[in-house]
Write a protein that binds this ligand. Sequence first.
Ligand code: TXA
Ligand code: MG
Length: 319
Amino acid sequence: MTGGGRPRTEILPASPAGTARAAALLRAGDIVAFPTETVYGLGADARNGQAVARVFEAKGRPAFNPLIVHVADTGAARRHVVWSDLADRLAAAFWPGPLTLVLPLRENHGISPLVTAGLDTLAVRVPAHPAARALLAGFDGPVAAPSANPSGRISPTDAGHVLAGLDGRVAAVLDDGPCPVGLESTIVGLADTPALLRPGGLPAEAVEQALHQALARPATDDTISAPGQLSSHYAPGASVRLNARTARPGEVLLGFGATDCDLNLSPSGDLHEAAANLFGHLHRLDAMNKPIAVTPIPDHGLGRAINDRLRRAAAPRED
Ligand code: TXA
Ligand code: MG
């Protein structure tokens, strides 16, 4: 957002012209929201400290919470991190896709220290969404991008969600409709013992199968080494009550499977469908300004990440 005043956010179609405009804005040091298969990201040139600072400012994000860097392919990732056999196995199996790897930064990595919040590791991922891939190809560099929501709020799974939270605070949003996965990427730490740092759009079971080993899982939220993982994330404005069988008076009920409720994540009990609907449904329920009750969700596969996000939505607020 160069120039004075408070310019409006440009809404760009995911056409060649729209994508070229988004890449040009990134090159100029502006910040641009764009779709990925998981959620919309708020992108900046990861080598440009001023651009990255705009991301923190627009989101109101604490500067100690590092960002994920998005790159076009494994070769590009290897320019910034110390690669390993395990990284190779996971990249071969799941990139492009909803998996983020945390690896040691390599020498001359070129990434702004604001991106990593001073850590000596970097979170990298190769997104699968065609619009994200076209943007990365056009920009031809590493793009730091957290989810495109005000810090601590529900992640955006369509361009309308982005504008609801950040209109006027970002230069543009590249609009390509709803995100197919709907949950943020699974984060796996490979800088030490392989560890699940955040459950997400790729089931942890699949990662363990590809690694032929179990992932270390932090015992409690307090020890999770993804700094953004502490309570009160993804929080809607209204309160959230989990494992509800029925709604109490005044509550709206978010359901899963065959159940009588106000909004259903997946009437047929499909966890993929539920993941894709989760944040959109929370945005809609949030707009009703009533306390939200949620029926139980199975705790396996994508259900683990869905329950993780719901627990955070239900956590006591810090502000
Ligand atoms: O699907 C996604 O991952 C989306 C899309 C836009 O790619 N991005 C996303 O970013 O969810 P964000 O900023 O909302 O979450 C990034 C998480 C935070 O919890 C952050 O603390 C963690 O990644 N993280 C980033 N760098 C890290 C590092 N070096 N070590 C450990 N955790 C890191
Ligand atoms: Mg986020």
